[in-house]
Ligand binder design. Structure first.
Ligand code: GLN
Ligand code: ZN
Length: 774
């Protein structure tokens, strides 16, 4: 019989129970025993779901109070010195201090760095290692949980993060520079100890996650894989080495030949590798095929999955296992809660609970004597799949027509930047070092309340609009008082920069409980982009126009870009993402034109998530960048030369993609730089960025007020690599998470700094001062 299992299950709870328990504990509203009880209840519930679905083992070790990478660091006893000496066990508050800098007990210290987990929207905490790092088993959570599952009568399959992926994700502490592989032997001793202990508890199989195998790895690291698994092969357990999130590519032979009892392959992202791996797999090894997506929310095309599985089964027999492609951590918990979705749409979807059923159904379908119930379920799944393929809701002829007619002319702006710049200067008399903000202003309690009341129907549309207008008016007044040059309306009407647009576009649906963990207790609820995207009516014009009418200063309109909307949604899987991006671009293009027609002369299109869409393998980058940048260019292609297009990105690590960023050809780009110590500016020494740029001059993520001197200093540094005429002055991101008491002094400092610099430049280089109005 085929073995059915999952690589992991969401831990947050169908009602986000873990989130609320964590936050109550951190706030001191609940004691640790209450938190631990919620954890225990969730684990029991999730194991029971797996057992009831008919999986052959439950997965243990996927539960976490914050993050599975941090769990591994704690298990290994790797706690940075600033959190105090650890004698014996790493306790829960030390763990939380590593995650968030503070906890109900213990001295606060700078939290560990949070980083995106591969190409998902989940974030892990980077392990910090020293050259003289030692390792020892320092938590019992994993072993306790194995005992807990066994006591509940489950067959437990423990999962741990593998030594090489853990080490790959780690970074040398405090700027130490050493080869992290020098720690491998000591690390493996502790891993061997963990496996021994699990064996002692009666664990037969242990899943060891090594997703780093889908990355471009240096040769030393590839060799280290062999060394590591030869060392661990004497452990008295069977190792299932799990790879996911991509194809193995150049690591395929390496992986197949590692001395482990089985490997797991992500057959959703690497369907083309299945045959190869089936053929190459040494004859005693198990192959677990991840055929149900752990990353997306669409119901699996079971017929297609079965074809793949049957072909593999013909060769492997009972050595074939079936599973989701990755942990189900990245999908919401249970579709059954979504009573508000229409039946048709619901029949196309599958969340974690449903995906367990799909895995088991596939297992049953593979057995020689599939029963009548299995066959009936298969045929109803096939029907839903067919119905989705045929659904008129997926395709809008008009959208397809427009896309088919796109030409090079309609997908780029008419004139080059130099000419646009001249045109813009005549209609937009801006000083040197123009000041602006990124879009949002503080989202006060009363703004949130207004939106909530309106949503619930407790506020009439007229009253809602009156209140939003009042907020906009106040925000405009405040910006005038600060002396900013380019104003914004403040985004009071927006709950979220993607949801706001998704809600107004055709082709999107929204769930009620479709939460996915982003980090720690934070969850996001991505919209479901299921069909062709169309804009039935203008989305932002009304507010932009109102804002513009409140002032004589230039008003900047504010849109979220196509690639960001795409990357932060669950996207249809029946056409390439690049096609969906173009549809979004077309809808946003219409919005740009409407804003322009309404007299908005500056329009910002945020692409906060463009970089995070980069494929894991470098050789796939350019393809992605080409279509992503193409979608942005299409969005702005209709704008007149006089219209100034801005874009914003919340990061500055694009030294490696500067060419593509420049190819976006925004007239102005505002970016994050203050936290990265102007590292980006280094890149500008080599690459002459042609258009205007606003290197964020202070960190909005911190409540601290920047000083005028700090800002001047930063801008002077910037002007050494970027001509002063190209520089804008702005914070490094939107201000919605800050309070007015923080925003006002910070922007005052920013405006003062800009004035000082204008003065300096007017004195030093009068000619330069003349090109723009000082
Ligand atoms: N315009 C958005 C804001 O200011 C941009 C947010 C972002 O880049 N994450 O809030
Ligand atoms: Zn930002």
């Amino acid at each position: 019989m085929t073995f059915a299992h999952t690589l992991g299950f969401p831990r947050i709870g169908a009602q986000r129970e873990l989130k609320f328990a964590l936050e109550a504990y951190w706030a001191g509203d609940q004691d640790q025993a209450a938190l631990l009880e919620v954890g225990r209840t969730l684990r029991q519930r999730h194991w029971q779901l797996q057992a009831d679905a008919g999986l052959d083992a439950v997965t243990v070790g996927d539960f976490s109070y914050y993050d599975q990478v941090l769990d591994m660091s704690a298990l290994l006893g790797v706690v940075p010195e600033r959190f105090g000496p650890v004698t014996g066990q790493v306790d829960l508050d030390t763990y939380f201090r590593m995650a968030r800098g503070r906890a109900p007990s213990g001295t606060p210290a700078a939290a560990c760095t949070m980083t995106k987990w591969f190409d998902t929207n989940y974030h892990y905490l980077e392990p910090e290692v020293r050259a003289d790092q030692t390792f020892s088993i320092s938590t019992t959570a994993l072993f306790d949980q194995v005992a807990e599952a066994q006591a509940a009568g489950h067959a437990a399959k423990p999962v741990i993060l593998g030594p090489l992926t853990w080490l790959w994700l780690s970074k040398p502490a405090g700027g130490d520079n050493f080869d992290r592989l020098s720690l491998l032997d000591a690390l493996l001793d502790t891993y061997a100890g963990i496996l021994n202990r699990l064996a002692g508890q009666g664990a037969g199989w242990v899943q060891i996650d090594e997703p780093a195998l889908v990355l471009d790895l240096p040769q030393e690291w590839r060799s280290a894989y062999e060394r590591a698994y030869h060392r661990l092969k004497s452990a008295p357990v069977k190792i299932l080495l799990a790879t996911y999130f991509g194809a193995l590519e150049d690591n395929v032979t390496l992986t197949c030949n590692l001395p482990v009892a089985g490997i797991h392959l992500d057959a959703v992202s690497a369907p083309h590798e299945v045959t190869q791996v089936v053929d190459w797999l040494p004859s005693h090894k198990v192959l677990s095929l991840g055929i149900v997506s752990g990353r997306n929310i669409w119901r699996t095309d079971l017929d297609r999955a079965l074809q793949t599985l049957k072909a593999a089964q013909a060769k492997l027999g009972d050595r074939l296992w079936v599973a989701p492609s990755s942990s189900l951590l990245h999908v919401p918990v249970d579709l059954a809660q979504e009573a508000e979705l229409d039946d048709e749409l619901r029949s196309w979807l599958s969340f974690a609970v449903q995906k367990l059923d799909e895995v088991v159904l596939l297992k049953r379908a593979l057995s020689a004597s599939a029963d009548a119930q299995t066959l009936a379920q298969l045929s109803s799944a096939a029907q839903a799949a067919e119905q989705r393929r045929q659904s008129p809701r997926l395709k809008v002829a008009e959208v397809r027509d427009r896309l088919a007619k796109l030409t090079a002319l309609t997908s780029a702006r008419a004139e080059p930047f130099s000419e646009r710049r001249a045109a813009q200067q005549t209609v937009l008399p801006l000083p040197l070092f123009p000041t602006t903000t990124i879009g949002s202003f503080p989202q006060t309690q009363s703004i949130r309340q207004t939106r909530r009341d309106y949503r619930r129907g407790d506020l009439s549309q007229a009253e809602y609009e009156r209140r939003i207008e009042a907020e906009i008016r106040d925000t405009v007044r405040a910006q005038e008082a600060l002396g900013l040059d380019v104003l914004v309306h403040g985004e009071a009407e927006r709950n979220d920069m993607v949801e706001y647009f998704g809600e107004q576009l055709d082709g999107f649906a929204f769930t009620r409980f479709g939460w996915v963990q982003s980090y720690g207790s934070r969850c996001v609820k991505p919209p479901v982009l299921f069909g062709d995207v169309q804009r039935p009516a203008p989305m932002t014009v009304r507010w932009a126009q109102y804002a513009a009418a409140q002032t004589d200063k230039p008003m900047k309109g504010m849109l979220t870009g196509p690639v960001t909307i795409l990357n932060w949604s669950f996207v249809r899987d029946d056409q390439p993402r690049s096609d969906t991006a173009l549809q979004l671009a077309l809808a946003l293009r219409d919005e740009v034109l409407d804003l322009e027609a309404a007299g908005i002369g500056i329009i910002q299109i945020d692409e906060a998530a463009l970089r995070e869409g980069l494929p894991l393998r470098r050789r796939h980058w350019q393809t992605y960048l080409d279509w992503a940048v193409g979608a942005f260019r299409l969005t702005v292609s209709g704008a007149a030369s006089e219209t100034q297009i801005h874009t914003h990105m919340c990061y500055s690590q694009f030294n490696d993609i500067l060419g593509s960023i420049a190819h976006m050809d925004a007239d102005v780009i505002t970016i994050e730089t203050s936290r990265s110590d102007l590292r980006l500016l280094e890149a500008f020494k080599a690459f002459e960025y042609p258009n205007d740029i606003g290197p964020g001059v202070y960190d909005i993520h911190s409540p601290n007020t920047p000083s005028v001197e700090q800002i001047i200093d930063l801008l002077e540094q910037a002007s050494r690599v970027i001509p002063a005429q190209q520089l804008w002055v702005n914070p490094d991101c939107g201000l919605k998470t800050r309070r007015w008491e923080e925003v006002t002094p910070a922007l005052e400092a920013m405006v003062s700094a800009a004035k000082v610099l204008r003065q300096r430049y007017a004195e030093q280089a009068p000619a330069l001062g003349q090109t723009a109005k000082v």
